[in-house]
Design a protein around this ligand. Sequence first.
Ligand SMILES: *[C@@H]1O[C@H](CO)[C@@H](O)[C@H](O)[C@H]1NC(C)=O
Ligand SMILES: *[C@@H]1O[C@H](CO)[C@@H](O)[C@H](O)[C@H]1NC(C)=O
Ligand SMILES: *[C@@H]1O[C@H](CO)[C@@H](O)[C@H](O)[C@H]1NC(C)=O
Length: 184
Amino acid sequence: MRITIVVASILLSVCATSTRKRHFDATILSLASNSTDESKSKLDLRVDRVSHGETVLNGIWEWQFDVDNTTMLETTFYSSDSGSENEYKKLPHGIPPISFEEFLDQHYNDIIYENFKNCSNLKAYKNKVETPWQKGTYTLNQCRPKGHGMPEILADGFYKIYIRLSADPEIHIVVVFKISNTFY
Ligand SMILES: *[C@@H]1O[C@H](CO)[C@@H](O)[C@H](O)[C@H]1NC(C)=O
Ligand SMILES: *[C@@H]1O[C@H](CO)[C@@H](O)[C@H](O)[C@H]1NC(C)=O
Ligand SMILES: *[C@@H]1O[C@H](CO)[C@@H](O)[C@H](O)[C@H]1NC(C)=O
């Protein structure tokens, strides 16, 4: 099932790019987060409205715990045409539970660094030895993530990404955003 969807998306994206250019606007509507131990991880992230419905992400993440091979990460994607809470359906996109170290190796640069390099003190990841994940205070300042690392095709509508980092502390982040495509 998952493979069918991936193949269909590839075919769709090939068709779409061959006929017209896609411009994809993502507006972050809300972000909620919590942590089971604020002395180890304290998140204070917020969505601020700037102009014409545009939003930016601001805030800090005080990361005071060591990452080891028990630190796991998982993301789940949902969509809803109308944005109403009881209509969100799970999508095949998303990252199954993997260790945070695997996430750094496989996804961090494409998904996190590309979207936040201009507006944060996040660094590019090379490998565990040269660029180990550091404790510290990570800051986001007027971030407008462009959607790097997102699926190629996203229909107009509302999306929710649920991010879970575990085990100690356990951190939950829920981001809601809206996609509108324009073709020209
Ligand atoms: C995790 O790290 C510990 C200590 O470094 C090591 O003993 C253990 O084998 C590792 N486990 C896995 C699954 O890599
Ligand atoms: C980062 O800044 C450069 C130069 O100002 C700009 O060209 C680029 O689009 C920006 N990237 C992001 C992801 O905002
Ligand atoms: C943290 O957020 C998650 C996801 O929204 C939620 O399921 C959980 O109940 C929250 N935990 C606390 C302690 O607020």
